[in-house]
Design a protein around this ligand. Structure first.
Ligand code: FAD
Length: 459
């Protein structure tokens, strides 16, 4: 059972009565029905790559882990209707591959795609690198099949683009982190496969210049702009140090870089011309100082690897303090400047590791120990105070303290600090309506106490 009881970052370890792996939605319903009768809690688990502790059972060991690993069938692919119906345990990469086999694109893309599952992606409303163009998991889902806390199977596998027939149950289950029901299958949206994709690694003098470049790119490239990532020089240095194959794409260092991606429906030559014209304009205006454009698939992948290897490289450097925050896009440069200065004043030894999906207003505003080293215990002891400083600044800037990783147990109590009493009451009412006995992933997303069972006697 061990692999199911510890999360991917090895931050949380729990205990469980059993790990259950049903292989049909009907069997999931039977398990949840039995759990309902016996008052046994359920912790849904997909690929166990979540970063907020949502898929790890609590320590008291009175719940079961329901793993979706055997719900692994692709039920239907419709290239004309641009939909695919898959079971919850299919990995994101398998979905991408199945779409590509019929010349279509499933655009959700994140570094854990080889292991994370569609059920987990939807339960956390995952984001990734192409949200700018295609939206997050919620926007890529048309319908769901869900087993309720009482063990009933709801067939909401609609393939409709329009359906205004009342409360949107699909949207309530998406992002609910397994606290309202267990997703067993989903209808996903597909897109035409781009004819060519190019990446450019661009040196920019500041986050403000990066934002000006974003605006220019949106204006010039329109929907062909499919990703826009911000990377600091510190991040690039970490990747250089820990990934032997990594190569700097530009001769001179710059305080900040942008990795942008263009997807073209015509051909690579057209795309290259569009990107060159954009970069000329950006350099003339002083928004960029240098750039490298991919000219082969291999170069495209190496540029992306520089971005995707940041998390692992930061981890290889020692313990980390991570913040997955969202901000109104226009406020990002001022936020980076003022919050970095405040951290520098209060925690001068710590090193900022900032990168993220600038096009979506989503930053990974992380910290590492100084290059000279620091005892792990001394670093970790500062985490609560650092979090408070960063999250208060996010709140003041009208942002969110969890952009794409969900609340789980990691951000559950922090989120409650910033939400209004009314919002919390409405969320609690939903939880009680869907799961009156509090059996679905109790203690996740909503704090114990808020998610308490209603007074329903045992049968
Ligand atoms: P799990 O970790 O198993 O579960 C996550 C949550 O969903 C838990 O609360 C669990 O109870 C619930 N759950 C799982 N399956 C179901 C189901 N069938 N029904 C109901 N509830 C369910 N996230 C991003 O958004 N963007 C990124 O760029 C990104 N990059 C990442 C990079 C790495 C290297 C890693 C390790 C993670 C990254 N993540 C990212 C985190 C991301 O949330 C997860 O990778 C993924 O969405 C979770 O899928 P999973 O199948 O592993 O879910």
């Amino acid at each position: 059972m061990a692999p199911f009881l510890t999360d991917w970052r090895r931050k949380w370890t729990g205990s469980a009565l059993a790990v259950v792996q049903p292989d049909t939605p009907q069997d999931v319903a039977a398990v949840l029905h039995w759990c309902h009768q016996q008052r046994v809690a359920i912790v849904p688990q997909g690929g166990n790559t979540g970063l907020s502790g949502g898929a790890t059972p609590p320590a008291e060991g009175r719940s079961i882990v329901l793993s979706t690993a055997r719900l692994n069938r692709i039920r239907a692919v419709d290239p004309l209707g641009l939909t695919m119906t898959v079971e919850a345990g299919v990995t994101l990469q398998q979905v991408q591959d199945a779409a590509r086999e019929v010349d279509r694109l499933f655009p959700l893309s994140l570094a854990a795609e080889g292991s994370c599952t569609i059920g987990g992606n939807l339960a956390t409303n995952a984001g990734g690198v192409q949200v700018l163009r295609y939206g997050n998991a919620r926007e890529l889902c048309l319908g769901l099949e869900v087993v309720t806390a009482a063990g009933e199977l709801w067939n909401g596998l609609r393939t409709l683009r329009k359906d205004n027939t009342g409360y949107d149950l699909r949207d309530l289950f998406i992002g609910s982190e397994g606290t309202l029901g267990l997703i067993t299958a989903a209808v996903l949206k597909l897109f035409p496969l781009p004819a060519a994709q190019l990446a450019a690694f661009v040196a920019v003098p500041s986050p403000d210049a990066a934002l000006q470049l974003l605006s220019l790119a949106q204006q010039r490239l329109g929907p062909s702009l499919t990703a826009f990532e911000l990377i600091s020089e510190t991040c690039l240095q970490l990747v250089e140090r820990h990934v032997p194959a990594a190569r700097r794409p530009l001769a001179d260092p710059s305080p900040w870089y942008v990795l942008l991606e263009l997807s073209s429906t015509t051909d690579a030559a057209d795309a290259a011309q569009a990107i060159e014209r954009l970069l000329e304009g950006a350099m003339e205006a002083g928004h960029a100082t240098d750039a490298a454009i991919s000219t082969s698939l291999q170069q495209f992948r190496s540029l992306w690897a520089l971005r995707e290897d940041i998390s692992e490289s930061q981890g290889a450097e020692g313990p980390t303090i991570k913040h997955d925050i969202a901000l109104p896009i226009g406020r990002i440069p001022a936020f980076i400047e003022s919050t970095s200065a405040a951290l520098q004043r209060q925690f001068p030894a710590l090193r900022l590791v900032v990168f993220g999906h600038l096009g979506d207003g989503n930053l990974h505003f992380n910290l590492s120990p100084p290059p000279s080293g620091m005892a792990a215990a001394a670093f970790v002891a500062q985490e609560a105070a650092v979090n408070r400083l960063v999250h208060d600044a996010v709140h003041d800037a009208e942002g969110s303290i969890s952009a794409e990783h969900g609340l789980g147990v990691l951000r559950r109590d922090e989120a409650a600090r910033y939400k209004s009493a009314l919002e919390l009451r409405l969320m609690t009412s939903l939880k009680h309506a869907f799961d009156p006995l509090n059996l679905m992933n109790p203690g996740k997303l909503l704090a114990p106490g808020r998610d308490q069972p209603m007074e329903i006697p045992l049968p």
